[in-house]
Design a protein around this ligand. Structure first.
Ligand SMILES: Cc1cc2nc3c(=O)[nH]c(=O)nc-3n(C[C@H](O)[C@H](O)[C@H](O)COP(=O)(O)O)c2cc1C
Ligand code: SF4
Length: 675
């Protein structure tokens, strides 16, 4: 297969497939955009090879000839702009979520061995005869992919899916020929590849995607990953796509902001060593910059680089980089919002809300240019400013005391999260090119339309009383000199990741913060992968966390005098008991902004309970009220069809939370298209 460059768009489940597994216009537009954007090889989201064991609703299917028209449309959409198309083939095994199957929720679920899923659903072992049926199903699906015009297939043998369940000793305890030791556990992968080659032809490329290490307790390490890769090559794999982890590994998989780039490259080095230089290696995992991609290809282990979220955030990454316009790329900042539920189903990215809405969010010139004032600097405001300026309006941004990026700007000063600020740089570049000025202060009366993109007021807790205190924004907007009055021992009180961020920020400046939170986990509002990263940072700074603790009063001078400085005590109720915490020199009230959803009740960190995993896909689980954030937010207000000049300011808002960035920025993008 000859490719126009070495960039792969890996399988990413979009949520845009129709209810019966059919393509939708939105799905086709998504893949067309990635092909037009310059990726050389596009791997589709998973197509299911068999209904045995249940089907995942709204997922592609390759389990019968009825799927051929859909698959043909998909292949054509991908190839139209010059990319080559691989259909990913998969069986989810026991990974089907509750309510996923159309009308026939499978129970028990199927896998290599019997077990019980964390949600209590039973899993039964596939019989030997059923395993043979599945091998035949994979083979027939590969032949269908060829008949539909695909250039090859990718066999999903990682990320905790069925083939992986057979490869892993954690999930495969069979005593038949598909288990019983390391060799037996490789048999299903081997036999499947052999059958696929004989059905689709030796000249039809089969890439095998593996988790090169499971990254879970008792899971296999990279030495076993090497054996898997070697077995796949011996059975005819045309290339190995190196990934890692299982759904349970989501806290340990380095795929979020602040963990660096090309975080799975080390695994790829080992796999390359195992299979030799003749077998092409694809590596994925936080490949973000052209420099990193280049390094992996020239000096590193890869023949092809898979850019997943980099091309979610900007499908035109390859084209822009090839044209020397890297500074125009909308960056993936690792916020994980694309793996969190949002108020509208389907994948989306707050840094580029046009992604996944390629057909809807086009730019049309405004019927009449107007003076548009954007009041506030958060992502929703910046996006509204960009769209309005592109449409020909005369736009001015009024910062109103906020740094560029608004609450995202505050978040990006936190140690370990600085990378989120790359989104602000991208907006600054785009707005500069459009000639949009940024003034401090408030909008003047001469604007035709005012868009209020300031955050909602910061919450002031009652227990503070009349005492002097700092809010999260006071801290995060400050520098070292301004923070001197806080002194050293600081209690940070709040119920979400704002609290953790303030603590990290202060620890970074040498203070000794203690987090006081009514929750069992103040990081409940982050994706588990990002939460784990922040948690590791908190541990690194040895930041104490008092959980399930409600402050009731701050007494500034009630503590002992230390080194000539008075200290205070914070009275709390913790798990029913009242006690005085301290001594502290000062307190910071960091409950966040009104617009952020109410805090989760005290409970396990899984209170968000909506996530799939850090490595794979977003599940279709109804958005619980705590996650959607749509209660009364600006995006719940219908956008007027016509927006008159001289009316009251239109609310866009801002938020501290990545999933809310996505909802609010989408609303802003839509509203700016009505101006
Ligand atoms: C929203 C989302 C959905 C994904 N769905 C799949 C999937 O269905 N199958 C798969 O093999 N990988 C899936 N992945 C994993 C990606 O292919 C890729 O390995 C991962 O995002 C890491 O690469 P990146 O850092 O370049 O994004 C998904 C990733 C994301 C973010
Ligand atoms: S939502 Fe966040 S993690 Fe996902 S692609 Fe966009 S910036 Fe990257």
């Amino acid at each position: 297969m000859s490719l126009r460059n070495r960039i792969v768009f890996p399988a990413i489940t979009t949520g845009f497939v129709g209810p019966r597994g059919e393509v939708t216009d939105r799905l086709l537009a998504w893949y067309r955009a990635r092909s037009a954007g310059g990726a050389a090889l596009i791997v589709t989201e998973p197509a299911q090879v068999s209904a045995l064991g249940g089907l995942y609703r709204r997922r592609l299917r390759a389990d019968s000839d009825d799927a051929l028209p859909t698959l043909r449309q998909l292949a054509v959409a991908i190839q139209a702009d010059g990319a080559k198309a691989l259909l990913q083939l998969n069986h989810y095994g026991s990974r089907l979520p509750r309510g996923s199957s159309p009308g026939n929720d499978p129970e028990p679920l199927v896998s290599a061995s019997p077990t019980t899923m964390p949600d209590g659903r039973p899993v039964r072992a596939l019989t030997g005869a059923e395993v043979e049926c599945l091998i035949a199903a994979f083979a027939a699906a590969a032949a269908r992919a060829r008949a539909a015009g695909f250039d090859g297939v990718e066999l999903q043998a990682g990320h905790g899916n069925l083939l992986h369940q057979f490869l892993s000793r954690v999930t495969n305890k069979r005593r038949d020929r598909f288990g019983r030791g390391p060799a037996g556990r490789l048999r299903l992968l081997r036999d499947t590849l052999t059958a696929m080659r004989s059905a689709a032809g030796d000249d039809f490329p089969i890439v095998v995607r593996i988790s090169a290490a499971e990254l879970i307790e008792r899971g296999y390490d990279v030495a076993r990953g090497q054996e898997i890769a070697r077995a796949a090559v011996a059975a005819g794999a045309a290339a190995i796509h190196v990934s890692a982890g299982t759904p349970e590994a989501r806290e340990d998989i380095p795929l979020c902001a602040g963990v660096g780039e090309a975080t799975l490259a080390g695994l790829a080095v080992s796999i390359r060593a195992a299979v030799g230089p003749a077998v092409p290696i694809i590596v994925s995992g936080r490949i973000l910059s052209p420099e990193t991609a280049e390094q992996l290809l020239t000096a590193g282990p890869a023949d092809l680089v898979a850019l997943g979220r980099a091309l979610v955030a900007d499908p035109a990454w390859p084209r822009k980089v090839a044209a020397g316009r890297s500074e125009e790329v909308w960056p993936c900042v690792g916020c994980m919002a694309c793996q969190l539920p949002a108020s509208e189903p389907g994948i989306g990215c707050p840094i580029n809300v046009e992604s996944g809405r390629e057909a809807e969010l086009t730019i049309e010139p405004a019927p009449q240019p107007r003076r548009v004032a954007v009041w506030g600097t958060g992502l929703p405001g910046l996006e509204a400013a960009r769209v309005a300026a592109l449409r020909g309006h005369e736009v001015t941004i009024y910062a109103a005391g906020w740094p560029l990026g608004g609450l995202l700007g505050l978040r990006s000063v936190v140690p370990g999260l600085a990378e989120m600020g790359r989104a602000i740089l991208a907006y600054a570049t785009a707005l500069k090119a459009l000639g949009v000025p940024v003034h401090d202060g408030q909008p003047s009366d001469d604007a035709d339309v005012i868009l209020d993109a300031r955050p909602q007021p910061e919450q002031h807790p009652d227990w503070i009383g009349g005492e002097t205190f700092w809010l999260a924004s006071d801290v995060l907007k400050s520098d070292l000199r301004a923070l001197i009055p806080l002194q050293r021992r600081v209690a940070i009180c709040g119920d979400s990741s704002v609290t953790a961020d303030v603590a990290l920020f202060l620890a970074g400046w040498g203070k000794r913060p203690t987090i006081v939170t009514p929750n069992t986990d103040p990081l409940w509002d982050l994706h588990p992968t990002l939460a784990a990263h922040v948690r590791r940072r908190l541990e690194g700074y040895r930041i104490a966390i008092e959980t399930e603790a409600e402050p009731i009063v701050w007494q500034p001078d009630a503590g002992p005098v230390r080194l000539g400085r008075s200290t205070g005590l914070l009275t709390i109720i913790q798990r029913g008991d009242q006690e005085d915490l301290g001594p502290f020199h000062s307190v910071v009230a960091a409950p966040g902004w009104d617009d952020d959803s109410p805090p989760a009740p005290a409970g396990p960190s899984s209170s968000r309970g909506t996530l799939d995993n850090g490595t794979d896909e977003q599940r279709e689980i109804p958005v619980p009220p705590l996650c959607g954030g749509t209660i009364g937010g600006p995006e719940s207000t219908p956008i007027p069809t016509t927006i008159p000049s001289g009316g009251p300011p239109l609310l866009l808002g801002d938020s501290y939370r990545p999933d809310r960035w996505r909802d609010l920025t989408l609303h802003a993008a839509r509203l700016a298209r009505r101006l």
